[in-house]
Design a protein around this ligand. Structure first.
Ligand SMILES: Nc1ncnc2c1ncn2[C@@H]1O[C@H](COP(=O)(O)OP(=O)(O)OP(=O)(O)O)[C@@H](O)[C@H]1O
Ligand code: SF4
Ligand SMILES: [Mg+2]
Length: 331
């Protein structure tokens, strides 16, 4: 991971350090009850070599956002500009070229690997699609990739069901790396794994990032893990980014009431500290992303909400060195 403190963070003009610019991106789904606003006017810059953590409660739009960034879902509105090996806008037309530069690692290592394919052919598939190398070199690459993720070449002829969850996630990582991407969306890559295996996979992702100069969007529920792996962290609520800061800044001086509530829900390992800590239990109903309220999305659960919060949606703006969307956080 690069030292983001040297980069005049958190947001700045496009320069050589920028990999992805996300400009006012929304993703809405038409559902029988109306329009479901899964991702709502997100502006974000992702820098080369960083890990950007994305956290928020279940259903807040993290995976949808990850899929929009992968081009799996077209954005309903807004623009995504990619500045990697090629400079392109992520659109349907550019998807094939883009898919050579960006990959995704899914949460569930069971359903994300085709059970009828050997591990070798799962890893080789992307290289065939992108016409990379001849057959002999692809075979060697499969072996190299298996070793890179801590498996071995004999595993190439086996099938996914012969492997444990952690090993399957390693296969998913090898598959993602096969086409030599620059950017990887890690969508809760460890949450389906045993706790004992989780740190091995995190360490592997961390080592691979350094070795291969990768940029990650790392989606997670668990704030402890995000803190460890992320340079910066974006907090999402009901499809909106409500706070964005470097990992250290976010934990040292949390500004947004929702981020505070999320952080206080993280268990502290020391039992004495846990007992004495004031718990900020999230009260109130989670509003539906279908026809969401017009003011601050967090107003129905926020202990500091006032009339302006219910009337006007706060903008994400720089306050005290963080980007934060709250009427009542001082500049
Ligand atoms: N294809 C779809 N069609 C309709 N609604 C969808 C679709 N995909 C996601 N949604 C809705 O969009 C919202 C965001 O879902 P999403 O899966 O992105 O959340 P998430 O933050 O990844 O949650 P989790 O932490 O549980 O994975 C939810 O209300 C979900 O029901
Ligand atoms: S804008 Fe108001 S409701 Fe929203 S987080 Fe800030 S204080 Fe709470
Ligand atoms: Mg998800």
């Amino acid at each position: 991971m690069m030292d983001m403190k040297t980069m005049n963070m958190p947001e700045k003009k496009v320069d050589d350090n920028v990999l992805i610019e996300i400009q006012d991106v929304s993703k809405h789904f038409k559902v029988s009850e109306g329009i479901l606003k899964a991702v709502n006017h997100v502006n974000l810059t992702i820098y080369k070599g960083e890990t950007l953590g994305l956290v928020g409660e279940s259903g807040c739009g993290k995976s949808t956002f990850g899929k929009v960034l992968m081009g799996i879902y077209p954005a309903t509105s807004g623009k995504i500009l990619y500045h990697g090996k090629k400079d392109i806008e992520i659109t349907k037309k550019n998807l094939f070229a883009y898919s050579k530069m960006a990959q995704i690692i899914f949460q569930d290592p069971y359903s994300s690997l085709d059970p009828r394919m050997t591990v070798g052919s799962i890893i080789e598939e992307g290289m065939i699609i992108h016409k990379m190398y001849d057959k002999k070199r692809r075979q060697e690459r499969v072996y190299e990739l298996l070793e890179l993720v801590g498996l071995n070449r004999e595993h190439a002829n086996r099938f996914p069901h012969e492997f444990s969850g952690g090993q399957r996630q390693r296969i998913g990582i090898a598959r993602a790396l096969a086409i030599e991407p620059e950017f990887i969306v890690c969508d809760e890559p460890i949450s389906a794994l045993d706790v004992s295996i989780q740190s091995q996979i995190i360490n592997l992702l961390h080592d691979l990032q350094k070795k291969l100069n990768l940029t990650y969007l790392f989606i997670a529920h668990d704030l402890n893990i995000v803190k460890y792996i992320s340079d910066r962290i974006a907090v999402m609520y009901l499809g909106n980014i409500v706070e964005l800061a470097t990992s250290d800044q976010l934990y040292e001086k949390t500004l947004h009431p929702y981020s505070k509530a999320l952080l206080s829900a993280v268990p502290i390992p020391d039992p004495d500290k846990e007992a004495s800590k004031k718990r900020d239990i999230l009260g109130g109903d989670v509003p539906s992303p279908i026809n969401p309220p017009k003011g601050c999305p967090f107003a129905s659960r926020c202990p500091h909400a006032t009339e302006i919060c219910r009337q006007e949606k706060p903008k994400l703006e720089m306050k005290q060195g963080h980007l934060v969307a709250c009427h009542h956080v001082k500049k």
